[in-house]
Design a protein around this ligand. Sequence first.
Ligand code: NAP
Ligand code: ZN
Ligand code: ZN
Length: 348
Amino acid sequence: MSTVSAYAAPSASEPLTKTTITRRDVGPHDVAFDIHFAGICHSDIHTVRGEWGGVQYPLVPGHEIAGIVTEVGSEVSRYKVGDRVGVGCFVDSCRECEFCLAGEEQYCNNPGMVGTYNGVGRDGQPTQGGYSGAIVVDENYVLSIPDSIPLDKAAPLLCAGITTYSPLRHWNAGPGTNVAVIGLGGLGHLAVKIAAAMGAQVTVLSQSLKKMEDGLRLGASEYYATSDPDTFKKLSGSFDLIINTVSANLDMGDYLGLLKLDGTLVELGMPEKPMEVPAGALIFGRRRLSGSLIGGIAETQEMLNFCADHDVTPEIEVIEPDYINDAYERVLASDVRYRFVINTESLR
Ligand code: NAP
Ligand code: ZN
Ligand code: ZN
């Protein structure tokens, strides 16, 4: 075992503080790497604050992890010391169920993927995430970061990138499709960039027009404020696909009404409270409401390669670890442009 510095939440109501954690010895199939950057996802905040329940404290969050390999196990074939690598939301799964075999490990049902944090590894130990100096992960759950993507910008792609890429691919966003993105935060701004790179026509639906200039620069052709009731009249029946990245509950009826016949609204945000959905909003227009969970390992690698090929990277604000608690408050206030990324150098 090795010891490494980290930032952990002691409980749901206390700020994160600096601590030390242990990482397992490098097994035959493991890759050990120094963490250089870790993104702050809104899911870290939901989890830390106990909004989804079932948290084991102290908890080290962080599932947007990028760094450089320092050691590999005797059987590792994919990676070598010095490689630029990343880890996303999960670090293991059963590898046998139909979903694992299909490369959709995030939907593993036997009993489920092992979260990068707040999970339990094969060794029976709780998993701890990327707000730390180093990590040890089985090579099958490690991603290769293309050379053209700097490590700090690669980190948010490991969750925000794949979470938006996967549904855009699944629902065939591309030339001739009209896609709306609700919420211009960490996920939302990457959804705009990726959908535009896929060739779709993109509209941002944000609470206000404050970020309009950014939204258009990122690749949207239209931008509307959802605080203006006229937006919903004007855009009624407009979209093939709506990607909802909002972390709070919205009036789903209003948004479903923006879909064309047979259009789909994909829910990515995970608010604490259940969603209310008026049946009529689905029935009139034969509309669909779906969800989507991150993406599998192969698709995550495909997304990284796609982002390298299309020059898609997140807009980030790099912070030091002692700013994590302030960054959380700013994310909660929608004051993020557009992802906080922790420079973990002082934790190595
Ligand atoms: P974020 O950076 O905080 O972005 C959320 C955006 O939603 C905000 O920037 C804001 O955009 C909008 N928003 C926030 N509060 C709102 C409110 N009360 N009403 C209307 N709009 C509001 O968060 P994120 O990291 O992108 O994550 C977004 C959600 O996705 C979280 O719930 C997270 O847990 C979830 N998530 C899901 C998956 C998955 O696999 N499905 C993966 C990662 C994250 P505007 O200012 O533009 O309105
Ligand atoms: Zn995330
Ligand atoms: Zn499985």
